[in-house]
Design a protein around this ligand. Structure first.
Ligand SMILES: Nc1ncnc2c1ncn2[C@@H]1O[C@H](COP(=O)(O)OP(=O)(O)OP(=O)(O)O)[C@@H](O)[C@H]1O
Ligand SMILES: [Mg+2]
Length: 263
């Protein structure tokens, strides 16, 4: 089976693409899926930086400019995740085109179950090439009006490039939000497939060069990332819900019998 390949996109910058790529990637790897994250944000490569990766060999940029082969650019990340980092230097890459990305994906496709491409925000040339080269994308939205307006633009752009949005993740959800899930869905005319809560542990984990799903696996955001991964990998998360219901019911029965005993 060839890999399932997803571009991780957003209209506005800073919505949580890189955070999602890494934590979803590690969660998929944790389920035994061969998973690769490619740092395809040409201007602001920071997957490697966030994870403290020691980049001793080539990068995504080197592959694009034709000076490195695919086997020279894959690094071992946390939790079994494989990573193709970008260069941290400002490099002018004129060779960036759809065919080069297609060729890279073709070379990798049989080696992985999932490939996630972290992209630059908005509708720049590089993101356009990536959206043309791969079939699926995830859209990362924040619950604020500016993020949603910019998401509307990228939604149209994704559609124009023949790519399909397979998931809309509402990230940084908090009680004080100006927009809730229903309002976002109404404006975007897309279902919000997942909500990822605001979680200060994400930053704390990255400060220690770790993804939150490994740093604090039981945190609210970790659970959200892991449940997206479980659904992608074909686990029926509803089964877990019915299991939880059974647990709750059991607990209720216990409390009832305790109360009955008392009376
Ligand atoms: N659910 C969350 N809770 C709290 N902080 C978050 C959450 N998601 C992301 N962040 C923080 O928001 C900031 C931006 O996240 P990230 O770098 O993943 O966004 P991005 O979309 O990749 O940004 P860019 O467009 O610049 O590439 C980071 O400091 C990150 O720690
Ligand atoms: Mg980023």
């Amino acid at each position: 089976m060839p890999a399932e390949v997803y571009a991780i996109t957003s209209g506005k910058g800073g919505t949580g693409k890189t955070t999602t790529a890494i934590n979803l990637g590690v969660s998929l790897a944790g389920l035994g899926k061969r998973t690769l994250v490619i740092d395809a944000d040409m201007g602001m490569a920071n997957v490697g930086l966030l994870l403290g990766l020691d980049i001793t060999d080539g990068t995504f940029h080197d592959y694009i400019s034709g000076v490195a082969d695919v086997e020279d650019i894959i690094y071992e990340g946390p939790g079994g995740l494989k990573i193709i980092p970008g260069s941290i230097f400002l490099e002018n890459i004129s060779e960036f085109d759809t065919d080069t990305i297609r060729r890279l994906i073709e070379e990798l496709s049989s080696k992985f179950d999932y490939i996630l491409l972290d992209t630059a925000p908005g509708i720049g040339k590089e993101t356009a090439c990536i959206l043309e080269a791969v079939n699926n994308s995830f859209l990362i939205v924040n619950p604020e009006i500016s993020s949603i307006v910019d998401s509307m633009k990228i939604k149209i752009f994704i559609d124009m490039k023949g790519n399909k949005i397979r998931g809309v993740f509402l990230n940084r959800v908090a009680d004080s939000d100006e927009m809730n899930k229903e309002k976002v869905e109404e404006i975007l005319e897309l279902p919000v497939t997942d909500e990822i809560p605001e979680d200060p542990l994400i930053k704390k984990a990255f400060a220690q060069r770790m993804p939150v799903v490994l740093h604090t696996p039981g945190s609210d955001s970790s659970i959200a990332f892991k449940s997206i991964a479980a659904r992608m990998a074909g686990y029926d998360t509803k089964l877990d819900e019915s299991h939880n219901k059974k647990v709750k019911k059991g607990l209720l029965q216990k409390i009832r019998s305790l109360l009955l005993k008392r009376n």
